[in-house]
Unconditional design. Structure first.
Length: 260
């Protein structure tokens, strides 16, 4: 089974960009972040034992997708002809995809997270990311709130004001999904976020966890896919920001987010 068929079986679409959750015109930095974010969710070390085999398969597929899209020649072939070179260097069968992942991304500390959040919130970079997410998702606040870093549901009024000001200044288009969002959808989003926050806090208390780095790791590993999504997105950007560059063709990671 070829890589595109593997993507379709694992992620529902024979599309490398969709597998990584990025738009087709994504920059190399956005593709790297998309790979990191997607791979964190299925990393074999972060799932229950019963799910490890399937997670490993999906993790390997994501590694292959990134290997193709991070290689300029392979990406051009895929973009122009819709196919991948299954015999090429990027997809060599003997590659250890977990080791490949570790070479790209190093571990981060709780202090890294705290320091980043302090400098990111209300920064020019956050403003740019909010506007980019608004345009990428055509005003869908569900996706915008999932996409922007370091935010929770209490930040939504602030995020909305930023977008409204950008619309007034004609910096971004006016999307119906944003302007006329049903109140029921906004309330459902708030309820989901509050429920996830309660579940995460309950899980933390049940495990007797504090705020240390080991405690943070244990908390992440204990949460199911839905409850850990926000932390996964948060960690993925931080690890990309502080992580090692690829040996070939690596660039420093910017904070701009691609389309999921």
């Amino acid at each position: 089974m070829g890589l595109l068929e593997q993507c379709e079986a694992a992620f529902g679409a024979a599309d490398l960009y969709r597998a990584l959750g990025v738009r087709r015109g994504a920059s190399p930095e956005e593709i790297r972040r998309g790979y990191h974010r997607a791979s964190l969710r299925v990393h074999p070390d972060r799932v229950p034992p019963d799910d490890k085999e399937e997670a490993t398969r999906r993790f390997q597929i994501l590694g292959k997708a990134y290997a193709v899209l991070s290689d300029a020649e392979q990406r051009a072939l895929y973009d122009e002809q819709g196919r991948v070179d299954e015999e090429g260097e990027a997809l060599r069968a003997e590659r250890d995809w977990q080791e490949y992942w570790r070479l790209l991304f190093k571990k981060i500390s709780v202090k890294d997270i705290e320091d980043f959040e302090k400098t990111y919130k209300n920064s020019e970079q956050e403003l740019a990311d909010i506007k980019a997410a608004y345009v990428d998702f055509e005003g869908d606040m569900d996706k915008i709130m999932e996409s922007v870093l370091c935010v929770d549901y209490t930040d939504e009024p602030r995020i909305r004001k930023i977008i409204e000001k950008a619309i007034d200044r004609k910096e971004v288009p006016s999307y119906k999904a944003f302007i006329k969002e049903p109140k029921q959808k906004a309330m459902a989003r708030k309820r989901r976020a509050e429920k996830e926050a309660r579940e995460a806090e309950k899980c933390k208390q049940e495990l007797g966890l504090g705020d240390g780095e080991d405690d943070l790791k244990a908390l992440i590993q204990s949460r199911n896919k839905d409850r850990k999504k926000e932390m996964d997105d948060f960690l993925s950007h931080l690890e990309a920001k502080y992580g090692n560059n690829p040996k070939k063709g690596g660039k420093k990671t910017a904070a701009k987010k691609g389309k999921k």
